[in-house]
Design a protein around this ligand. Structure first.
Ligand SMILES: CC(C)(COP(=O)(O)OP(=O)(O)OC[C@H]1O[C@@H](n2cnc3c(N)ncnc32)[C@H](O)[C@@H]1OP(=O)(O)O)[C@@H](O)C(=O)NCCC(=O)NCCS
Length: 179
């Protein structure tokens, strides 16, 4: 279990602040998850009901309290603007591994923010004792795969028909990084 003080730490980079999410962040996260462009390669389609997103964020806050996951909202240091979110989920202390996730608002793509945020998350994961990180992408998510490669992840396999979305089975790629 990652100690509470460490779990609740704000991670700062050159341009960003990553803050542990709270239920109030649902207001910012809703428009992100309501955007079809952002959700094109997500396991579920865009969510047009703010209450569903609020319930999801409540679940993430609960998972953090139980030490199962860490979720951060990502803000620009310059003006505190909300840029997106990222996380470590499925934290397995026995095997010292977790899964990474990240999503940015559409107009925040192409500035290197995801790379900068995830470098901080990976450093945090390593310093808290995790030794393996995984990520899963839907086939065709070029931006996500390019980011993972820049972060040092290697492709480890293809998960055939892993996701059922919009009535169709989608293949996923599995990526891994040993710390
Ligand atoms: C995946 C996602 C976070 C990647 O965002 P991104 O902005 O492309 O990622 P990066 O932070 O790596 O930025 C790379 C881009 O920033 C550019 N860039 C600009 N300034 C930069 C800087 N200072 N440093 C690094 N890159 C910079 C790069 O040239 C590159 O642009 P390009 O792809 O047009 O060549 C984003 O596409 C997203 O939120 N997608 C929807 C959600 C999603 O699919 N999540 C992943 C599920 S597995």
């Amino acid at each position: 279990m990652i100690p509470v003080a460490q779990r609740l730490a704000i991670l700062e980079t050159e341009r960003l602040a990553l803050r542990p999410i709270t239920e109030a962040d649902a207001t910012d996260i809703f428009p992100l998850m309501d955007d079809p462009a952002v959700m094109a390669f997500w396991d579920v389609p865009e969510i047009d009901d703010p209450d569903v997103v609020a319930g999801m964020v409540r679940g993430q806050v609960a998972a953090m309290a139980e030490g199962r996951a860490l979720h951060w909202s990502v803000h620009a240091l310059a003006d505190d603007g909300f840029l997106g979110s990222c996380d470590l989920s499925d934290i397995d202390r026995r095997h010292k591994r977790a899964e990474v996730g990240f999503m940015l608002c559409r107009d925040s793509w192409g500035h290197g923010y995801a790379q900068e945020a995830m470098q901080a998350v990976i450093a945090f994961a390593a310093s808290s004792g995790l030794r393996r990180l995984t990520a899963r992408t839907h086939l065709g998510n070029r931006r996500s795969e390019s980011l993972l490669e820049k972060l040092g992840f290697s492709e480890e396999g293809l998960l055939r028909g892993h996701v059922l979305r919009d009535g169709e089975r989608r293949d996923c790629r599995l990526f891994g990084l040993l710390l």
